[in-house]
Design a protein around this ligand. Structure first.
Ligand code: FES
Length: 132
C-alpha cells in the first residue's frame, strides 16, 4: 500500500483570514531525521503552509502558540525580532532578513480539510529524486 502523501492538519473552518494559525509537525523526510515544526494560516481566502522557522535565526515565529499574524492580520510576524513576511509567499518584506523567505510547503484544501504534502519542496524522496 502506498503511504498517504499528505498530512491532515485541520478542518478548513479552523482557519480564518488573518486569524490564528494551526501548528503541526512535518514528519522527517528522511528516516532517522527529526520532524520540523510547521504551521498553516489562511490569507486572502486561501490556506498557506510554512515551516515554523524564521529566515533570520531559525526561531519559531509565533509569539503565542498559533499567533502568527500581526495585529492587522496582514503579515506574518516573527516574535523574536519582528520580521514581517507576506502570508501568501512567505517573503520577508521588513526586518533583519528582508528579501529572504520562509520555507513554503505545498498546501491544499480537500473535502473540508486542510492538508499539507509530506514531501518538502527541494528535498529528495526515498530514491533520492526530488521530483518523484
Ligand atoms: S529570528 Fe525572526 S526576526 Fe530574528
Amino acid at each position: 500500500m502506498t503511504p498517504d502523501p499528505w498530512i491532515d492538519v485541520c478542518a478548513s473552518p479552523a482557519l480564518t483570514d488573518g486569524g490564528e494559525g494551526v501548528r503541526f509537525e512535518l514528519p522527517a523526510a528522511v528516516p532517522g531525521e527529526r520532524g520540523e515544526a510547521a504551521f498553516v494560516v489562511r490569507f486572502d481566502g486561501r490556506a498557506h503552509a510554512f515551516l515554523n522557522r524564521c529566515a533570520h535565526q531559525r526561531a519559531e515565529l509565533d509569539w503565542l502558540p498559533g499567533r502568527f499574524f500581526d495585529e492587522a492580520g496582514l503579515y506574518l510576524v516573527c516574535a523574536m525580532h519582528g520580521a514581517l513576511f507576506e502570508a501568501d509567499s512567505g517573503r520577508c518584506v521588513a526586518g533583519p532578513c528582508a528579501g529572504a523567505a520562509l520555507q513554503a510547503l505545498h498546501c491544499e484544501e480537500h473535502e473540508g480539510r486542510v492538508r499539507v504534502a509530506l514531501r518538502r519542496p527541494g528535498r529528495p524522496g526515498a530514491s533520492g529524486r526530488i521530483d518523484e
